[in-house]
Design a protein. Sequence first.
Length: 79
Amino acid sequence: MGSIRPSNVKRIAEMLVNKNPALFNNDFHHNREIIKRAGKDITKKTLNAVSGYVTRFVIKKESRLKKEMEDFAPAEENS
């Protein structure tokens, strides 16, 4: 079962990743520090929720890109 997240958490996380895709990676603590520096008045609970969603969003985005690259790669022939 997946976790249900509030729409504001998803909206903030997706906005941050789409504006600065090079800043975020699949490490929760790294993403948390970046978001903490960006938002001065964010609560700890919201900070953790956004950081977790950013991490999952980045991982999902990377796997989607990897799959697309595999789909467009020329098929190897076994001769």
